[in-house]
Design a protein around this ligand. Structure first.
Ligand code: DHB
Ligand code: FE
Length: 280
């Protein structure tokens, strides 16, 4: 059966995508952020996962406010990135894995999660930036991907616990997939940030560090936070942290933290990078 080997988290903000495209890795503003990645690159080079299952949120590219699924799972052969108006270069297509997508969709629907299945899906910075940060240019030797899109944009949004439970259901689905492949789970976005309104620029380091700590060994306790409290503590867009809870749900009870980096700010956002290895 397929084996989940670990989970990764990464910021997804467009400014990172732009810095990546311009190779500003040594630029003083960007250096402390990009410094969070080489230990993960090393682990990926050693472990060689075959598939990335990516929890992300769409920001208006594929779904707009008129049609907003709570959970949408990609089941396409490939996923196009498109111009979102952030000034980012459009990158090449991402490779899909419809067989695993359908395994996950069939299994989570049977488990009571009524997801939207997408045989055509465009992916925005929420997906494209982290996949590039971890695996680089996807035109050569691309990693197979399954996008798990969660609504964090328009209320009502799913609760943190619901995302954690979806993650657990996806974890069960992957572990029942007949293949000997290795799977890594991504939770993208976060950490605290708010892009508009009176609290624009809001960052809460204390809360972020508490989340990075608790998600390792006490994720279920962390997932009990209400949507309102999460927004109060992390900002309106800091709600993206529910994507991390989805990732963590997939990993099961025991994980080991192999690497962590926290840096503020990049653009308007706190960036948290984690590498969690699933205990055997
Ligand atoms: C920024 C953060 C986001 O989560 C996003 O989707 C777009 C921009 C920012 O901080 O600039
Ligand atoms: Fe975002």
């Amino acid at each position: 059966m397929a084996r989940i080997i670990g989970g990764l988290t990464s910021s997804h903000i467009p400014a990172v995508g732009a810095a990546y495209a311009k190779k500003q890795f040594e630029d003083p503003y960007w250096k402390p952020f990009f410094a969070g990645y080489p230990p993960i690159h090393k682990w990926l080079a050693e472990q060689k996962p075959d598939v990335a299952v990516v929890f992300y949120n769409d920001h208006g590219l594929n779904f707009f406010l008129d049609k907003m699924p709570t959970f949408a799972i990609g089941a396409a052969f490939e996923y196009e990135n498109q111009d979102e108006g952030w000034g980012l270069p459009v990158v090449g297509k991402f490779k899909g894995y419809p067989e695993l997508s359908w395994q996950i969709i069939d299994s989570v629907v049977a488990d009571g999660f009524d997801v939207c299945s997408c045989q055509e899906m465009a992916v925005d910075h929420g997906f494209a930036v982290p996949v590039q940060l971890f695996w680089g240019d996807q035109t050569k030797n691309p990693i197979k991907t399954v996008p798990i899109c969660v609504n964090t944009v328009q209320h009502p949004v799913p609760t943190p616990m619901r995302c954690y439970r979806l993650g657990q259901a996806i974890g069960r689905a992957i572990s029942a997939f007949p293949s000997d492949e290795k799977v890594v789970i991504l939770g993208t976005g976060g950490m605290s940030h708010q892009l508009d309104g009176k609290r624009a620029g809001f960052i809460n380091k204390k809360f972020d560090l508490m989340c990075m700590e608790k998600i390792v060994d006490h994720p279920e306790e962390l997932a009990k936070i209400s949507t309102h409290e999460l927004i109060r503590e992390a900002g309106a867009q800091g709600l993206e942290f529910i994507l991390w809870l989805g990732m963590r749900g997939c990993l099961g009870d025991r994980v080991k933290r192999l690497h962590q980096n926290y840096h503020i700010p990049i653009s308007n956002t706190a960036a948290g990078t984690l590498l969690l290895e699933k205990a055997a």
